[in-house]
Design a protein around this ligand. Structure first.
Ligand code: HEC
Ligand code: HEC
Ligand code: HEC
Ligand code: HEC
Ligand code: HEC
Ligand code: HEC
Ligand code: HEC
Ligand code: HEC
Length: 417
């Protein structure tokens, strides 16, 4: 379609007229029960491609931010309004806060896309499916807006998608300002009420801020349920995913807008979407220690687990609740001061940290019990040996240099003692 139609923004245009027309259009085109096509596919499932529409060439089922933000140079708030009209309804009572909790309205598209909004497509114009579930006249419901990761509404469908954005959260600026001293409103972490508190710094103690935003996901705790799914009886010592392996990451604005809101004066404000959300540059060649087939064979369906597991790039088998890990300072493994959330390589856990202060998995000699030492020895004897203690797929590869280098060199042997 030509640019002329796109460029008639200035024409005075009556939303209500269009709206009435839209409804009319819906009714004449009639209902079809066909579900709206899934626009994007989750990271978990193998890439299902939509059948390419023959005409028009532009795929109006897939809204793309690069087209609108980079090419058309539109500001985020030309489409996204904050707070959205429904902010008091989506979260109840105290949990409610002024959030961007709904899709952009028709008015933010119509000036450029009148033709697509009135396209003769059945059961409804393709473009509707970016926001509406069935887009049939009898069902005008919308998906749950994705920023509501903390909201579960059985009446509302959630669409699976891969975000075009990464969240630019500067850890170094928050280590000491986020505290735990204000209670959360419920145990679901639906609203994390946190406030500015300059923590007294205790040496070697995990900063109080980390667990505000990162909790152990499905902890085993004292429960006898060790595994996420039921392992086969023949499991033996083989790997099977255990509960308490992963830490959560924030899934909504609740963890941010308590401080970053229109009244606090702490920049960025909610309307400054682009300060926190940056269009992703391709990290497609990110090497991950994850095997989708294994996850599938284990019957792991939980999207939260798959999302975290499929992003593991250091040690896919590492379990936060395992052994002495819960007693260690998060910072002994995660050097958040040098984190750049947009450059994922900076988030890697150095293999040295598996040695901890006491040696743990990395010892001076194999006899001291270090599993890294043991696995390196095995690999030297037999290149086909697979290192499975910390890894899911990396263990088949050659031993990286930094693994050997992590092993402390023996202090000169004392002759008597
Ligand atoms: C032309 C209108 C428009 C503009 C401008 C726009 N958005 Fe969106 N945005 C949408 C629509 C429509 C959706 C829902 C469809 C979808 O998920 O792609 C959406 C979805 C999103 C999502 C969830 C989907 C995802 O890929 O993560 C985020 C985050 C988002 N927008 C952030 C932003 C930010 C940040 C900016 C500014 C840099 C921006 N938007 C500019 C229309 C717009
Ligand atoms: C300033 C004009 C403008 C506005 C406002 C605008 N678009 Fe677009 N949009 C474009 C242009 C230009 C394209 C490129 C394809 C074309 O020529 O239609 C496009 C393409 C699209 C596509 C095809 C995939 C892609 O490249 O993104 C979808 C879907 C879409 N727009 C949806 C929307 C929706 C929904 C809104 C409102 C939330 C919106 N647009 C607002 C100009 C605009
Ligand atoms: C960019 C997202 C977006 C797109 C694309 C979109 N809608 Fe909507 N639609 C909304 C929002 C948001 C509302 C609620 C507006 C309000 O509350 O004022 C809405 C409301 C409606 C309503 C009123 C019923 C209700 O639930 O409030 C109808 C009918 C409707 N849309 C039909 C359509 C049709 C038909 C299309 C395609 C031609 C379409 N919409 C495309 C976002 C969208
Ligand atoms: C205010 C909330 C907040 C606090 C406090 C916080 N984080 Fe984060 N953390 C985030 C967000 C947001 C991300 C980015 C998630 C993403 O990539 O979408 C993140 C990412 C991470 C990651 C990388 C996750 C990955 O994708 O591999 C690690 C590790 C991490 N944080 C550890 C910590 C530690 C340790 C602390 C305490 C010093 C801490 N965080 C404090 C919000 C927080
Ligand atoms: C003994 C080392 C160690 C300690 C202590 C530790 N982690 Fe981790 N953490 C890891 C490893 C290894 C990964 C996996 C990283 C990867 O493969 O990309 C990880 C991953 C994460 C992630 C990403 C989600 C996930 O589970 O994959 C977050 C968030 C995180 N850790 C937060 C924390 C917080 C908060 C603490 C303290 C309460 C903590 N970690 C303590 C080693 C540790
Ligand atoms: C306890 C209050 C608090 C919470 C919760 C909080 N922040 Fe902040 N944030 C601050 C303060 C204070 C600063 C300014 C720090 C500075 O400049 O040194 C800041 C700075 C920032 C900046 C840097 C702005 C700039 O101009 O460089 C970003 C981006 C940011 N926060 C994002 C987030 C995100 C994303 C979350 C939620 C995951 C979050 N913040 C949660 C208090 C908070
Ligand atoms: C203070 C930082 C901050 C600001 C400002 C902000 N967001 Fe977010 N946003 C986050 C964090 C943190 C998350 C949760 C982490 C995640 O989903 O990756 C999030 C999640 C989202 C999601 C869910 C995306 C996904 O990938 O699941 C959408 C949609 C979204 N934000 C839209 C917006 C829009 C639109 C604006 C502007 C009106 C905005 N955000 C402003 C920090 C921010
Ligand atoms: C005690 C846990 C542990 C053991 C045992 C271990 N690794 Fe690792 N491995 C790690 C960590 C942590 C990283 C991420 C650090 C890095 O890449 O710098 C890593 C990274 C890797 C990588 C990825 C390097 C890259 O290019 O990104 C490979 C390949 C690998 N290990 C192979 C092996 C092999 C082969 C063995 C057996 C000899 C082994 N590992 C034993 C913890 C371990």
């Amino acid at each position: 379609m030509g640019r002329e139609q796109i460029r008639n923004r200035k024409s005075g245009f009556h939303y209500y007229v269009v709206f009435a027309a839209l409804l009319l259009l819906c009714f004449v085109t009639g209902e079809s029960s066909s579900a709206s096509p899934q626009r994007r596919v989750s990271r978990a499932s193998p890439q299902k491609k939509l059948p390419a529409p023959k005409t028009p060439r532009v795929d109006y089922l897939r809204f793309s931010h690069p087209t609108h933000v980079e090419q058309e140079k539109l500001a985020c708030d030309s489409c996204h309004k904050v707070p959205s009209k429904n902010w008091k309804e989506v979260r109840a009572g105290n949990a409610a806060f002024p959030d961007v909790s709904d899709f952009p309205e028709h008015s933010s598209c119509l000036n450029c896309h009148r033709q697509q909004f009135f396209a003769r497509e059945r059961p409804a114009p393709l473009i509707c499916a970016n926001c509406h579930v069935k887009n049939s006249p009898r069902d005008t419901s919308r998906y749950l807006f994705p920023s509501l990761g903390d909201v579960s509404d059985p009446a509302k469908q959630r669409r699976e998608f891969v975000s075009e954005f990464a969240v630019a959260f500067p850890h170094d600026k928050h280590i000491d300002v986020v505290g735990l001293n204000t209670p959360r409103t419920d145990d679901n972490a639906r609203a994390l009420f946190v406030n500015v508190s300059f923590q007294e710094k205790k040496k070697d103690a995990t900063p109080a801020s980390c667990p505000v935003c990162h909790q152990t996901y499905q902890p085993q705790g004292n429960s006898s349920e060790e595994f996420v799914t039921k392992p086969p009886n023949s499991i033996g010592d083989n790997f099977w995913l255990k509960r308490g392996t992963f830490k959560t990451i924030p899934n909504s604005h609740a963890a941010c807008f308590t401080c970053h809101n229109a009244d606090s004066g702490i920049a960025p404000e909610p309307k400054d979407c682009n300060v926190c959300h940056k269009l992703r540059t391709a990290d497609a060649n990110l090497k991950v220690d994850f095997d989708p087939k294994l996850a599938n064979d284990m019957g792991i369906k939980d999207a939260a687990i798959v999302a975290r597991w499929s992003r593991r790039m250091s040690a896919g088998a590492f379990r936060h609740e395992g052994g002495e890990h819960p007693d260690l300072n998060c910072l002994s493994c995660h050097n958040v001061a040098t984190f750049n959330v947009l450059d994922v390589k900076t988030l890697k856990v150095p293999v040295r940290s598996c040695g901890g202060a006491e040696g743990c998995h990395v010892t001076a000699t194999t006899d001291d019990g270090g599993i890294l030492n043991f696995e390196i020895d095995q690999k030297k004897k037999d290149p086909a040996f697979v290192c499975t203690k910390c890894h899911i797929v990396f263990g088949k590869e050659a031993v990286p240099e930094n693994h050997q280098a992590a092993i402390p060199t023996l202090p000169a042997k004392k002759t008597d003692d």
